[in-house]
Design a protein around this ligand. Structure first.
Ligand code: 13P
Length: 244
């Protein structure tokens, strides 16, 4: 069954005091009776803090990236096994800020998703086109290629991931995809997943999601939740998106 999930991606934001206030608000306000799952993906140094604050709550937590390697000489990287030790349920892989800023290829993103699954984490695998690609009419080809790379590596385990469609031009810009445009891309992704025997994968939308636009996006039949950046740093906004 497609799980409804609203996940926050804090990116490189936060400090111990601010996090404590935000995590406590979420832990206190979000109950197991909610119809959706709520999660926060925090910077790696704050995983222990998230674990301590959220372990008795209905809010899950995760990381923003994971190494494709199990262990070894990979300076600065964090393995899936380490994330599991801190109680993570999720690891974002293939965020556009890592594809662009860290040169992550489709193949590497797929290897990261595989490493996450092997350790028992749920990868939230991001796909999405740049503004140039959209204007050239290449949106469908780009996201199809990105998802195909995941399916090629994950095979029968594709059904165990979460996909996030994040048009790069909508990230942090205040420019959200129109619900119908996002739905159109989600429909294509759904068809590709179905063909791979993974039609029940949840597909999140990400890119300038706010409390004010969440309900319209989440009302679309193939939008199963949201991956929220900036608005996830504000407890009221984030909770409102979770309940939209
Ligand atoms: P914003 O919600 O800040 O646009 O970020 C979206 C995003 O990149 C989530 O992963």
């Amino acid at each position: 069954m497609r799980r409804k999930l609203v996940a926050g991606n804090w990116k490189m934001n936060g400090d111990l005091a601010t996090n404590a206030r935000l995590l406590d608000r979420l832990a206190g306000a979000w109950t197991r009776a909610e119809r959706r799952s709520l999660a926060v993906c925090v910077p790696a140094p704050y995983l222990a803090q998230a674990q301590a604050a959220l372990q008795d709550s209905a809010v899950a937590w995760g990381a923003q990236d994971v190494s494709e390697h199990r262990s070894g000489a990979y300076t600065g990287d964090v393995s899936a096994g380490m994330l599991v030790e801190f109680g993570c349920r999720y690891a974002i892989v293939g965020h556009s800020e890592r594809r662009q800023g860290h040169g992550e290829t489709d193949a590497r993103v797929a290897a990261k998703a595989r490493a996450a699954l092997t350790a028992g984490l749920t990868p939230i695998a991001c796909v999405g086109e740049t503004l140039d690609e959209r204007e050239r009419g290449d949106t469908e080809a780009i996201v199809r290629r990105q998802l195909a790379a995941l399916i090629a590596v994950l095979g029968g385990d594709t059904g165990r991931i979460v996909v996030a469609y994040e048009p790069v031009w909508a990230i942090g810009t205040g420019r959200t995809a129109e619900p119908a445009d996002a739905q159109a891309v989600h429909t294509k992704l759904r068809a590709q997943l179905l063909a791979a025997g993974a039609g029940a994968v949840s597909i999140l939308y990400g890119g300038s999601v706010k409390a004010a636009n969440a309900a319209a996006l989440l009302a679309m039949p193939d939008i199963d939740g949201a991956l929220v950046g900036g608005a996830s740093l504000d407890a009221d906004e984030f909770l409102a998106i979770g309940r939209a």
